[in-house]
Design a protein. Structure first.
Ligand code: CA
Length: 389
């Protein structure tokens, strides 16, 4: 999935491993290493039998920097396979991480965080020889030069929130009645009960209208509003952006609030919803989840906050089994599938190798037992190019 990784902008992670540490014995957190002058590096690793992810925070203790390059040496047989929020290259045991367009500026005392994923076989000791812009962290008191010793990395501007050219770009302001009309229509797949969906003029992210869904527990209370747009030719990466607001925390039971019928799975849906209190993807055809519903997997997802508008974005690769998910500016680590099966994240998801081909978008509510919620959707967009918040 390197192609998707290369195309998508990476946004900052916040600390993601703390909760996982409490619940998974396989996790190891290394103490901060590094130094008093020049720079400090916190290297936190989550490892399993043959792989690991590392979150790396570099703090600049010297003069302000206009771009940075952090280097270190792996003395084991670690091999980096992917990275986010930095460009990471490895030659033998030597690794270099270069800042991106949005995290290169590091004032004195400022920090940047990035992450990587890799494999290991026989040994994976944590590195200890970090250097920032060529100057060792914890070295002799010298400070790093204020510009990196190599040319700056290529820049990737953040995607625009404008969706004017996208296949779906709806703020629902053109809706005239309470029943969805025009480019949207009510649907209750399988069976209909007490769940409802309507255009709401009391709550909106933009303007004065949004889509409101009153979701009810129980499988036969399906209530969705489907876009009439045919999404079969959106791609090769389908980008989805929506603002969503809801009232009730995601339950422990499985629920769905976005459903994308997938022609590669005979029309069965890719579903976005929740389980164990956190966001998850679920594939209807084989019930695979992303992340795995282990304590470590769930800890790498996020709850969907209640009582405020949230910007939720997806990027679905229709040519490879790749998927990325953002909540606001954060790329959610547990909702990331790529070409490398990762325990607790996408190992189960990647069991099915046929790339997805979503053909439509449905917003609403589907519960499989317990779970009531009231949700609003607004400023919904689907297109072939990244769409920002
Ligand atoms: Ca609106």
């Amino acid at each position: 999935m390197r192609s998707l990784l290369a195309r998508l902008p990476r946004r900052p992670w916040t600390a993601v491993l703390t909760a996982a540490v409490l619940s998974a014995s396989a996790l190891t957190v290394l103490p901060a290493s590094g130094a008093e002058t020049g720079c400090r590096v916190d290297y936190t690793v989550n490892k399993w039998a043959d792989g690991y992810t590392a979150q790396i925070k570099v703090t600049n203790l010297g003069p302000a920097l206009d771009g940075w390059r952090l280097s270190w040496t792996y003395t084991g047989d670690q091999q980096v396979t992917s990275a986010w929020n930095a460009t990471v290259t490895q030659t033998g045991g030597s690794v270099v991480a270069t800042s991106t367009s949005w995290n290169g500026a590091l004032p004195t005392g400022g920090a940047a965080e990035f992450g990587l994923q890799g494999t290991w076989r026989s040994a994976d000791p944590a590195p200890s020889d970090f250097a920032l812009n060529g100057v060792p962290c914890g070295g002799d008191g010298t400070t790093p030069p204020t510009t990196p010793p190599t040319t700056p990395p290529p820049t990737t501007p953040p995607p625009s929130a404008d969706c004017g050219s996208a296949v779906i770009c709806s703020d629902f302001e053109d809706q005239t009645g309470s029943a969805p009309s025009g480019d949207w229509r009510f649907t209750a797949p399988d069976c209909q009960g007490t769940g409802t969906a309507a255009v709401d003029t009391a709550v909106a992210h933009s303007g004065s209208r949004s889509l409101r869904v009153d979701g009810r527990a129980g499988y036969c209370n399906h209530a969705f509003v489907a876009a009439t747009a045919d999404l079969s030719s959106v791609g090769p990466v389908m980008h989805v952006r929506m603002w969503v607001r809801h009232t009730t925390a995601l339950p422990s039971a499985h629920v769905t609030f976005v459903s994308l019928p997938d022609s590669s799975q005979s029309g069965r849906s890719l579903r976005v919803g929740g389980q164990n209190g956190a966001l998850q993807w679920n594939r209807e055809s084989d019930d695979a989840t992303l992340p795995a519903q282990s304590p470590a997997g769930v800890a790498l997802s996020r709850p969907l906050p209640t009582g405020s508008w949230q910007c939720l974005r997806f990027a679905i690769d229709t040519t490879a089994p790749g998927l990325d998910t953002w909540l606001g500016d954060e790329q959610i680590p547990g909702l990331h599938a790529d070409g490398v099966p990762t325990q607790d994240i996408d190992r189960q998801w990647l069991a099915r190798t046929t790339p997805p081909r979503p053909t439509a978008l449905r917003l609403g509510w589907e519960s499989y037992g317990t779970g009531d919620d009231t949700l609003w959707f607004d400023d919904v967009a689907v297109g072939s190019a990244p769409i920002g918040c």
